[in-house]
Design a binder for this molecule. Structure first.
Ligand SMILES: Cc1cc2nc3c(=O)[nH]c(=O)nc-3n(C[C@H](O)[C@H](O)[C@H](O)COP(=O)(O)O)c2cc1C
Length: 161
């Protein structure tokens, strides 16, 4: 797809088919995360945890029964908010790649908020020591077709100075 079409086709998927994502497609989605711009990468880069194991998925809250969830965990940075911004950049790059591949996907914060408090799951998922899960992307085949569903129109207030 050309970029504009991908942007106009991306939307949150909350109904996934009971179908696994092919390993090569999931790998491409994960690779897209590595193309994200990052603040203070010399301090540390985000760590990705790709969850497809059914037992592990069952321990995650608010993932809409997605067959795959990619969790983005960040180290602490000296700049305030850099960790959240880095996680967001990584998730959005993966979201656009997933959309381009015809995969339903949704940006999730809630699952990571719950995960931060769940020591057992943090260990089970082998989230690296000193890293905090901050954002995730749920991926799978959508019940709905991935197609252009948006318009290139202003939805955000814009002040031109
Ligand atoms: C930072 C962020 C956190 C989000 N967290 C959640 C979440 O935990 N659960 C959820 O169902 N949707 C979550 N969403 C998805 C938003 O609800 C969704 O993007 C928004 O409603 C716009 O819809 P669209 O993605 O279809 O354009 C999140 C989106 C962003 C950007």
């Amino acid at each position: 797809m050309e970029l504009e079409k991908v942007l106009l086709s991306r939307k949150s998927c909350r109904k996934f088919l009971d179908k696994a994502v092919e390993a090569d497609k999931l790998e491409k989605v994960v690779l897209a995360g590595s193309l994200a711009p990052l603040g203070l990468p010399r301090v540390g880069v985000p760590a990705l945890t790709v969850v497809t194991d059914k037992d592990a998925l069952a321990g995650l809250k608010g993932i809409y029964d997605a067959p795959a969830v990619i969790i983005v965990s960040c180290p602490q940075y000296p700049g305030p908010g850099i960790d959240h911004q880095n996680a967001a950049c990584v998730v959005e790059m993966m979201s656009l790649m997933a959309t381009d591949l015809g995969l339903g996907n949704i940006y999730l914060y809630g699952v990571t908020a719950a995960l931060q408090q769940d020591k057992l799951m943090l260990t089970k998922l082998a989230i690296p020591e000193g890293f905090k899960p901050l954002a995730a992307l749920a991926v799978g085949y959508s019940e709905e077709e991935i197609a252009v569903c948006k318009e290139l129109v202003h939805k955000l207030p814009v002040n031109r100075v």
